[in-house]
Design a protein around this ligand. Structure first.
Ligand code: FPP
Length: 233
């Protein structure tokens, strides 16, 4: 079995999970957060190099205030307790514009990245205040700045230049993008990195019910795909 180097997951369906049970949407996010650990540990165990989860998008600020507050509280709490991951040898990276968060939260994210850096296993990427267009726009600004300061020449800009200005700098492109809960969209997630990803949309499963076996099912399907990267095989 060929294990994808980089798996990205859109943790969709928390709201519907809660609605089905007559609970507030935030209860769905709490249940969704509980799903995360088993998926991270499973991916680490089977040899995935990078697992990126979409925790909060640049567009999620448009949700009702109490849901945004609930999500922020949940994420903050999650960060507080992340040391429980240390023993699993995973590394952690936050992808997104974290400058909008409180200084406390930013410091905690940087501290986590540093503390986990001594580990050697899978990189667990958490996309937070992340938007693919925003990421590419920021990369363009950084590159423009370097051109202006004569650090690089306009004619030397290539795809590698763009890649090295993304949050995911130096990491493999997304091989497999999984989205449960029956929506067939990419929702501004890792759009540059997913240019040649295989997409696996799952109909009958909401994120709070998502289990390691669903990763295995997606990988099985991934192994049936013929990846040609625009060529022929
Ligand atoms: C999408 O489901 C889910 C989100 C916008 C948030 C995902 C966040 C978590 C699972 C928990 C927080 C993350 C961490 C790292 C602690 P939806 O609300 O759009 O579901 P719906 O489509 O059924 O309404």
């Amino acid at each position: 079995m060929n294990i994808p180097e980089h798996i990205a997951i859109i943790m969709d369906g928390n709201g519907r999970w809660a609605k089905k049970r007559g609970l507030p949407r935030t209860a769905g996010h709490i249940a969704g957060a509980k799903t995360i650990k088993s998926i991270v540990l499973h991916c680490n165990k089977i040899g995935v190099k990078v697992l990126t989860l979409y925790a909060f998008s640049t567009e999620n600020w448009n949700r009702p205030e109490d849901e945004v507050n609930g999500l922020m509280k949940l994420i903050k709490n999650y960060l507080k307790n992340m040391n429980s991951y240390l023993k699993y040898n995973v590394r952690i990276r936050f992808f997104g514009d974290i400058s909008v968060f409180s200084q406390d939260m930013q410091d905690r994210m940087k501290q986590i990245e540093q503390e986990f850096d001594k580990n050697t296993g899978m990189i667990f990427g958490i996309a937070i205040n992340y938007g693919g267009r925003n990421e590419i726009k920021n990369a363009m600004k950084q590159i423009a700045c370097k051109v202006k300061n004569n650090e690089i020449k306009l004619e030397d800009i290539d795809e590698q230049t763009v890649e090295s200005n993304l949050y995911t700098k130096g990491l493999p492109n997304v091989d497999l993008l999984i989205r449960p809960s029956g929506e067939y969209r990419i929702s501004n997630f890792l759009i540059w990195q997913s240019a040649y990803a295989e997409f696996y949309f799952m109909e009958n499963i909401l994120w709070p019910e998502f289990k390691p076996k669903h990763v295995d099912i997606a990988i099985e399907e991934y192994n049936k795909r013929n990846r040609t990267y625009g060529s022929v095989k």
